[in-house]
Design a protein around this ligand. Structure first.
Ligand SMILES: NC(=O)c1ccc[n+]([C@@H]2O[C@H](COP(=O)([O-])OP(=O)(O)OC[C@H]3O[C@@H](n4cnc5c(N)ncnc54)[C@H](O)[C@@H]3O)[C@@H](O)[C@H]2O)c1
Ligand SMILES: O=C(O)C[C@H](O)C(=O)O
Length: 345
């Protein structure tokens, strides 16, 4: 039986026997998330090659990062001269933070019109050039952009659901931070599985599966409601504080680096690497929820080996899950419909 800590967020455990050829590509690498994420990946000894692509600025970001004295080779590509294909060629892991962030007053779904086509086109390039890579989608709305990538890969005839992930790690990071802040525990020992999707009511923290969280869930009332709301709407807290200058970038870069590290550790031979991530899932497929985040165990090739169920829930968490599912089903259907109506060129 996996502990809650192992189930919700992989922990860093760099191995000295790093596999010698892991190439990670970051698409949207010059953005608010892309730059610090690329820095964190440059520091990861399991990365030996880092290719950076953006519609603007990635050669500069790559030149800057290449002076950091860690082993990974860093190359930046601009859109000219087939830069996207060159960035993707040989990539084993592709992380996509490309896309517009929210401004105050917007929901993540308001980003759909802009980001759906950005993600579709990047996915089409990945399907053509690096169809066997593991792909982590950060671009919002994650609930819809991940199904968009799946549909694009299906159309290209190269879809393998085990290789596609929505990055929901920030919800796990926030839950750990907020709960440990209340409980006075060490954040690294306070891991909360977060299931469902990545926006508002679709974010379902399973606080009852940790000792500290269980006390808060059993006490119920305003304390529990405030904690759940802060986890579900943590993104809004940052959007408001940034006051028009975007959404979470630094905490997201940290979370994205943790997510990528979990894949790299699995590829490097670490057993039972398990993290909450949004994947094609049978758990609630009968309700139209064909993608769902739950603890996922990775195999030695860094792909989905086992989708674990959500486990025991307190009645209040059952209610949160009930509220999540219809919203998530709609978000997934919107992604599928978008690719049907607007297939990649
Ligand atoms: N999954 C999560 O938990 C999470 C957390 C925070 C932000 N996000 C999302 O991540 C996305 C990026 O946020 P950000 O703050 O870095 O935004 P940003 O605007 O700072 O950066 C986005 C970058 O994407 C680039 N870009 C745009 N179109 C592109 C294309 N076709 N190909 C390559 N690059 C392209 C832009 O040039 C820019 O550099 C947003 O959609 C945001 O909502 C998700
Ligand atoms: O809130 C946002 O729009 C960005 C991100 O999804 C977050 O959770 O911080």
């Amino acid at each position: 039986m996996l502990s809650a800590a192992r189930m919700s967020l992989g922990r860093r455990a760099f191995s000295s026997s790093a596999r010698s050829n892991v190439h990670v590509a970051v698409l949207g690498a010059a953005g608010g998330i892309g730059q610090p994420l690329s820095l964190l990946l440059k520091q990861n000894p399991l990365v030996t090659k880092l290719t950076l692509f953006d519609i603007r600025g990635s050669p500069g970001v790559a030149a800057d990062l290449s002076h950091v004295n860690s082993p990974a080779e860093v190359i930046g590509y601009a859109p000219e001269q087939d830069g996207l294909k060159k960035a993707l060629k040989g990539a084993e892991v592709i992380i996509i933070p490309a896309g517009m962030p929210r401004k105050p007053g917007m929901t993540r779904d308001d980003l759909f019109n802009t980001n759906a086509s950005i993600v579709r086109d990047l996915a089409a390039a990945a399907a053509e050039t690096a169809p066997n890579a593991r792909i982590g989608i950060i671009a919002n709305p994650v609930n819809s952009t991940v199904p968009i990538v799946a549909e694009v890969f299906k159309k290209a005839g190269v879809y393998d659901p085990k290789r596609l992930f929505g990055v929901t790690t920030l919800d796990v990071v926030r839950s750990s931070t907020f709960l440990s802040g209340l409980a006075g525990t060490a954040p690294k020992d306070t891991d909360v599985p977060v299931v469902g999707g990545h926006s508002g009511a679709t974010i379902v923290p399973i606080l009852s599966q940790t000792a500290e969280g269980k006390k808060i869930v059993e006490a119920g009332g305003e304390g529990l409601a405030a904690l759940v709301k802060r986890i579900q709407f943590g993104g809004d807290e940052v959007v408001k504080a940034k006051d028009g200058a975007g959404s979470a970038t630094l905490s997201m870069a940290y979370a994205g680096a943790e997510f990528t590290d979990a894949i790299l550790r699995a590829l490097n031979g670490e057993k039972d690497v398990t993290l909450c991530t949004y994947v094609e899932s049978p758990l609630y497929a009968d309700k139209g929820v064909t993608f769902f985040s739950s603890p996922v165990t990775l195999g030695s090739d860094g792909t989905v080996a086992k989708i674990n169920p959500v486990g025991a829930l307190h009645p209040t968490e059952e209610k949160l899950l009930e509220a999540c599912l219809p919203d998530l089903a709609k978000n997934i259907a919107a992604g599928v419909k978008f690719v049907e109506a607007n297939p990649p060129q």
